[in-house]
Write a protein that binds this ligand. Structure first.
Ligand code: S3P
Length: 422
């Protein structure tokens, strides 16, 4: 895919539906009684992997356009799968399913693609074993993972990393446990699982970074409309900011506070961003308007990191066009995403002539200097691919994005939407 310098991006768009919420809606629908109709479901490869896994456990799931109907058979209504559960490239599917499947009455095996096989699974395997789970990873804690379903007990657990996938795995296991499960997070991470379970009739309480899971008797199907994904909107926010003569309005974007770190950071860099919140359902949403703005460097670390973990590659691009130094720290988790995103972004930004240096837990970027086109690799990582495509819009010359199809993981229409604002 070739991308040339843009002279301005303008228009009103919507972005891909939220990936985290789409996954969870299928999971909750599958373990609830009755029907769950999900509107504006993300038809990306990751969420389709989740659908595929639940179909294999006997749950009827119909897809019509971007509406998904799940007919659950209650908390204990899953059936033994006849084949391996393939989770593709999806960390969320793999880790949340570990928690959800550990307390079932059957055995199963989970496996994914080459990237999934490199991602650490001990972070879920160890606490689940503390709960009594019979779960085994391969080669010291990787996929394939085998699970022999068994009864679980509630535990108190101090999470060693701020990870919504880990937290959610333990919450799902806790629904089935004998007694209460209490989880302490080192920093607040996205809370879609907590909100959705309560919406389906469960009882999860959260105060500060302490989450208490009360075992459920039964959950009940609930219709859900998925808002746009702020992690997908992020590419258009940064594109409009760094390409002169740009103004983009993005409608119906999820604005859950645990996800909006990127807006706080871009504003602190000098971005002109205007937000209009629309209603306040389970998941708040609204319209974001962004205009080209001169940016300056900033520091990104601490509590902010889990609130923008998936946006760090595109924030590194914003930093390259911002005057002065940007420091990203406390982000070692980036090394164990779909690719090693610290290494990937360092390599690719350097190709465009940007002064960037990796650290143990992040990147230091000296921005505001000329940026030129290049042939960019994607590491088969959707967020690296879209970040480099955005950089190419503001770089001098024509760039190439190799293997751009990997965007199908989270944003199949990315290039179509980009074309609509050019
Ligand atoms: C996600 C949590 C985050 C995020 C991922 C989606 C989720 O991962 O990076 O894209 O849906 O729970 P971690 O839990 O590993 O931080």
């Amino acid at each position: 895919m070739e991308i040339t310098t843009s002279r301005g991006l303008r228009g009103m768009i919507t972005v891909a539906p939220d990936k985290s919420i789409s996954h969870r809606a299928v999971m909750m629908g599958s373990i609830s009684k009755g029907k769950t109709v999900i509107q504006n479901f993300l038809m990306g490869e990751d969420c389709l992997s989740t659908i595929d896994c639940f179909r294999k456990t006997g749950i009827p799931i119909d897809i019509k356009n971007n509406q998904v109907s799940v007919t659950g058979n209650g908390l204990r209504g899953l059936k033994p799968p006849q084949e391996l559960l393939y989770t593709g490239n999806s960390g969320t599917t793999t880790r949340l399913l570990c928690g959800l499947l550990a307390p079932q009455h059957f055995s199963c095996t989970l496996d994914g693609d080459a990237s999934i096989r490199r991602r650490p699974m001990n972070r879920v395997i160890e606490p689940l074993r503390e709960m009594g789970a019979k779960i085994t990873g391969t080669k010291g804690g990787y996929s394939p993972i085998t699970i022999e379903g068994t009864g679980l007990r509630g535990i108190n657990y101090n999470m060693p990393v701020a990870s919504a996938q880990l937290k959610s795995a333990l919450i799902l296991a806790g629904l089935y446990a004998d007694g209460e499960t209490t989880i302490f997070e080192p920093k607040a991470s996205r809370n879609h699982t907590e909100l959705m379970i309560n919406g389906f009739g469960g009882n999860i309480t959260a105060e500060k970074n302490k989450i208490t899971v009360n075992p459920a008797e039964e959950l009940f199907g609930h219709d859900i409309t998925v808002p746009g994904d702020i992690s997908s909107a992020a590419f258009f926010l940064v594109a409009a900011l760094i390409v002169p003569n740009s103004e983009i309005t993005i409608q119906n974007v999820g604005l859950n506070d645990t996800r909006t770190g990127i807006i706080d950071v871009l504003k602190s860099m000098g971005a002109s961003i205007h937000i209009e919140k629309a209603g306040d359902g389970i998941e708040p949403a609204g319209t974001i308007t962004v205009k080209h703005s001169p940016l300056h460097g900033t520091e990104i670390g601490g509590e902010l990191i889990p609130r923008l973990i998936d946006e760090l590659p595109i924030l590194a691009v914003a930093a390259a066009f911002a005057e002065g130094r940007t420091v990203i720290r406390d982000a070692e988790e980036l090394k164990v995403k779909e690719s090693n995103r610290i290494e990937a972004m360092e390599n690719e930004l350097k190709k465009a002539g940007i002064n960037v240096c990796s650290t143990v837990d992040g990147l230091i970027i000296e921005g505001g200097k000329p940026v030129h086109s290049a042939n960019f690799q994607t590491y088969n990582d959707h967020r690296v691919a879209m970040s480099m495509a955005v950089l190419a819009l503001a770089a001098e010359g024509t760039s190439r994005i190799e293997n751009h199809q990997c965007i199908n993981i989270s944003y199949p229409d990315f290039f179509k939407t980009l074309k609509s604002v050019q």
